[in-house]
Design a binder for this molecule. Structure first.
Ligand code: HDE
Length: 704
């Protein structure tokens, strides 16, 4: 009988070859992997050893498949159910484990156990995310980033579910579905994906003046971060700390990255998304796997009712900040991420954050957005994870003892043990409430009529938007103008563009005029009606600028070094050593990924080939090429782009003299951002320049 190759892949010596892995049959009939490490015997989910995982059970080799093939049925059944609903917002995310270390006791302000002892380490899990895109969308979308932290404290889980922007688009939770519907792909055409640059979003925004402050942040470079590691995080809402005497202090939470702030530019973001859609997750993975653990300081802005009553804006309004110059954030601990999940789905996908997860000593304010969120997050978990028992999953379960009478339901794994599953009971069994240690809500006095009204104290929608804008450096202001222009250029309905310009006129006239001019709007619209006259007396705040809060070093950053055959191995080695000393990474890019042979005959291994390692993936670049190598590269479009993009994105460019023909071909004009690496002094000067991250002074030359 003729044998089709797919019918049996077993050879007479009982060996099977699958994708170059050899599996041999052990004495007990079990299969062992003979290349690539030991594995255990495969079983069904019910523990029955599997004899053949390559062929379904059939009548004869070419006959029908038998329904009794329980292994096949189970395997396909499970596969068919692998997907769970993605998060309705923040679908694309990436997480890591770590710990929070408390600096000093905050017992005066809070009884939260996590803040009682200096040096206390609390396990943590953090998930970063974008908001608008689906799970498979690209990382460097212009979007808010989620910064959700789960702290497994000794008195229960505390989820600080924040963003990388300290304000939000809306003031009342009832508007959230509208906001999200408007930014997601338009329902009739199902595009654009992971982009706010379309009519529906700007239609909603331009009809929602309360979003103007947030819009300024989203149009700034904050919305295109270089790395999760270089972003701030914010709790956004005002929360409360409550001490053992039941006294409350208002608090705003800020995460400050140890490595300083850094973003990319828009043209770069667009190219990164093509070159590496996983740019942010790969960055976090690489940093943690190489032992370069990202770190943030938790800072608190503390204030009392008296401050709240005297502050310019309502502390319950989530579209407002308290400038750091008015209340200085106090560092209270640090968060270190030092371990990637073992399995993305089990941990990062199934982690369930909930704003209502607060331990005793931390409490809510009446911020209407926070109140709405406290309702939403429980609801969303049941939809996504499919069972009330999602808290049984290891990633969601508290790491402190827990005890209650909740039972049964889908996938119950920890039911109460023994006869008593209710309370009070006469059996002296089971947990009891503890009025002393238990969570007590802050006994705030509330009274009033039932109304559906916004407080008047929420009515100023423009003053802090203006404050944000004037706090930026000139290049950052230009980026905001360019972002608004780009986004609105994708809006097809002219009246929406004009409506946006009418809002900008209340924020900054210069900005409004620039955007209008770039959009080709000939006549400026009239200013949008403002519920309260915008103020122009708010002082600029340096804390709001990324450029003013960059790192003092180049640590944690990455240089892409383009090499060719015949290059100077000495320079490559010296640059590598200097970058290592600085705490920075280096990646070699070669015409072929294998690597190159240097002038001294040594071999330099490449991590990327030129097509796969465009300069947008790096914070700075170096060209260490031989004259012949450079000549060849002049004919490579990707090599010319490598240079032209690094130049256009205002990056520092280290080089040897031989790189000149490539610069000529890429039509770049050498400026102070080009640094010769031929000497030790050259290398240190390159590293020193790199600490500034970008040469913004070049930008006017490369941008209209
Ligand atoms: Fe969320 N948000 N949100 N949100 N949010 C969710 O919960 C919601 C808001 C934030 O990595 C959902 O588990 C409402 C502000 C983050 O898993 C959902 C409102 C801030 C994450 C939900 C807001 C956030 C979410 C979807 C308006 C910054 C991702 C999946 C009242 C302070 C957490 C999920 C993760 C996720 C509701 C507004 C941050 C649907 C109703 C403001 C970081 O429950």
């Amino acid at each position: 009988m003729a044998k089709k190759p797919s019918q049996s892949r077993r050879s007479p010596d009982d060996q099977v070859t699958i994708h170059d892995q050899k599996l041999s049959r052990g004495s007990g009939g079990e299969l062992h992997q003979t290349a690539g490490g030991d594995t255990e015997a495969m079983t069904t989910a019910h523990g029955v050893p599997v004899s053949d995982d390559q062929n379904t059970l059939k009548i004869g080799t070419r006959g029908p498949t038998l329904i009794e093939d329980f292994h096949f049925r189970e395997k396909i059944f499970h596969f068919d159910h692998e997907r769970i609903p993605e998060r309705v917002v923040h679908a694309r995310g990436y997480g890591a484990h770590g710990y929070f270390e408390t600096y000093a006791s905050l017992a005066d302000y809070t009884r939260a156990d996590i803040f009682q002892r200096a040096g206390e380490k609390t396990p943590a899990f953090v998930r970063f995310s974008t908001v608008a895109g689906s799970k498979g969308s690209f990382d460097v979308a212009r979007d808010v980033r989620g910064f959700a932290v789960k702290l497994y404290t000794k008195e229960g889980n505390w989820d600080l579910v924040g963003n990388n922007i300290p304000v939000f688009f809306i003031q009342d939770a009832i508007k959230f579905p509208d906001l999200i519907h408007s930014v997601k792909p338009e329902p009739d055409r199902a595009f654009p994906q992971a982009q706010s640059a379309h009519d529906n979003f700007w239609d909603f925004i331009s009809l929602t003046p309360e979003s103007m402050h947030m819009v300024m942040w989203v149009m700034s470079d904050r919305a295109i971060p270089r790395s999760f590691r270089f972003m701030e995080g914010f709790g956004v809402h005002t929360f409360r700390l409550v001490n053992a005497n039941d006294e409350s202090t208002f608090v705003k939470f800020h995460w400050k990255p140890k490595f300083g702030l850094q973003s990319v530019v828009w043209n770069e973001a667009v190219k990164i998304n093509g070159a590496d859609p996983d740019f942010h997750r790969r960055d976090l993975w690489q940093a943690i796997q190489s032992g370069d653990f990202p770190e943030w300081e938790l800072c608190v802005q503390l204030f009392d009712q008296e401050f709240a009553d005297s502050f310019d804006f309502d502390i319950l309004d989530p579209t407002k900040i308290i400038p750091e110059e008015i209340i200085k954030p106090m560092p209270v601990g640090r968060l270190v991420l030092d371990r990637m999940p073992d399995n993305f789905f089990a941990e990062t996908e199934q982690v369930a954050f909930m704003t209502q997860n607060v331990p005793p000593g931390i409490d809510f304010s009446n911020d209407p957005l926070l109140q709405g969120r406290n309702f939403s997050y429980l609801d969303t978990q049941i939809k996504r994870l499919g069972s009330t028992n999602f808290s049984h999953l290891p990633i969601n379960a508290p790491k402190c003892p827990f005890n209650h009478f909740q039972q049964d339901g889908h996938m119950a794994m920890r039911n109460p043990v023994g006869r008593a599953n209710y309370q009070p009971n006469s059996w002296g069994m089971g947990p009891r409430e503890d009025p002393q240690r238990g969570f007590r809500s802050f006994a705030d006095a509330e009274e009033g009529q039932k109304v559906r009204l916004r407080p008047e104290s929420f009515a100023d929608h423009y003053s802090q938007a203006r404050q944000f804008f004037i706090s930026q450096t000139v290049p950052e202001q230009q980026h905001i103008a360019m972002a608004l222009t780009f986004e609105l250029s994708k809006v097809e309905t002219p009246v929406i563009r004009e409506r946006m310009v009418s809002h900008l006129l209340n924020i900054d006239e210069g900005l409004a005029e620039t955007v209008a001019e770039k959009l080709g709007i000939k006549e400026l619209p009239k200013k949008a009606d403002a519920a309260i006259a915008p103020r122009d007396d708010l002082q600029a705040s340096d804390a709001l600028s990324i450029v003013k809060n960059g790192p003092a070093s180049f640590a944690g950053r990455k240089v892409g070094v383009l090499v060719t055959d015949g290059c100077d191995a000495g320079i490559v080695k010296k640059l590598a050593a200097a970058l290592k000393k600085e705490g920075a990474m280096m990646e070699i890019i070669a015409p072929k990924v294998g690597g190159v042979e240097a002038s001294d005959g040594s071999f330099i291994e490449g991590q990327q080939m030129i097509d796969g390692g465009p300069s947008v993936l790096y914070d700075a670049v170096a060209l260490i090429v031989s004259p012949e190598g450079a000549e060849k590269l002049t004919k490579e479009a990707t090599a010319r782009d490598f240079v032209a993009d690094a130049f256009a994105h205002c990056k520092f460019i280290g080089h040897v003299e031989a790189a000149q023909p490539l610069f000529d071909k890429a039509q770049v004009e050498l400026d102070e951002g080009f640094i010769e690496l031929g000497s030790a002094a050259g290398i240190s000067s390159f590293i020193e320049s790199c600490r500034k991250l970008r040469l913004w002074a070049r930008e006017p030359k490369v941008k209209m």
